[in-house]
Design a binder for this molecule. Structure first.
Ligand code: GLN
Length: 239
């Protein structure tokens, strides 16, 4: 049984980011692995255990609304990660995994500090298709694809364990002069890729599932799935 925690579905769910949960659940179900979805709204408690924590994208305004609630779960989320939870943050969710976010109006939001990154709003928005060559340590089978729409620029700090998720082949990613996209540290992953990212990048989705299972001591390999439709969808992003 895999428990999927979805932080703030009513506030952080831009561009159908909730589809990432659907992809995780379906790719588990097709392999006979049960999942349970645990949505967390502001004021809700965290479960004692979670296998995957997902935080999606959102407008600056939504980020401002949920930021205090997220801070209340800072220690709780850190404990879940220490206990083996895999984390995926997309766009606003990615920014929240870092130390802080300086928004376009100058206000500063605290993050969770699970990744050594900081985000600050830039002059223009970064929008459009994005193609990313994933970090070799992830051993992903293909370039990651999606689209991005964010004002924030994210910089990685000096922590050698926080590494870029990949190098930008096309698009903006962390920022125009960075050449990198997203970040990961252990089993904590942040990315600017919408799409949603997991249905169109099944290798990445399976990596998260595998890591979540491995954290519970399950070492069996995942059964391959027929990913023709997914690969066709991804190809459309590369043209
Ligand atoms: N509000 C953030 C930004 O513009 C995140 C946007 C998003 O999640 N799509 O940088």
């Amino acid at each position: 049984m895999i428990t999927l925690l979805w932080m703030y579905p009513r506030h952080l769910n831009t561009y159908g980011d909730g589809g990432n949960l659907l992809a995780l659940r379906m790719r588990c179900r097709w392999r006979g692995i049960d999942t349970v979805l645990w949505p967390v709204d502001p004021g809700d408690r965290l479960p004692r255990r979670a296998d995957v924590v997902f935080i999606g994208g959102g407008q600056d305004r939504s980020q401002t609304v949920v930021a205090p609630a997220l801070q209340q779960h800072r220690d709780g989320l850190e404990a879940l990660v220490d206990d083996g939870a895999v984390v995926l943050g997309v766009c606003a969710g990615y920014q929240f995994l870092g130390h802080r976010i300086v928004q376009s109006d100058g206000s500063v939001l605290d993050g969770l500090g699970l990744l050594d990154v900081v985000t600050a709003a830039g002059a223009e928005r970064c929008t459009g298709k994005i193609v990313v060559d994933p970090h070799p340590a992830l051993e992903l089978p293909a370039t990651l694809v999606g689209f991005e729409n964010h004002g924030g620029r994210t910089r990685l700090g000096g922590d050698p364990e926080t590494r870029p998720l990949g190098r930008v082949v096309r698009g903006h990613g962390n920022g125009d002069d960075e050449g990198t996209e997203g970040a990961f540290r252990g089993d904590v992953f942040g990315t600017y890729l919408h799409g949603p990212v997991l249905p169109t990048n099944p290798g990445f989705c399976d990596l998260l599932i595998r890591r979540a299972l491995n954290a519970r001591g399950a070492t069996t390999d995942l059964e391959p799935l027929p990913d023709g439709v997914e690969h066709d969808a991804a190809a459309a992003y590369r043209t």
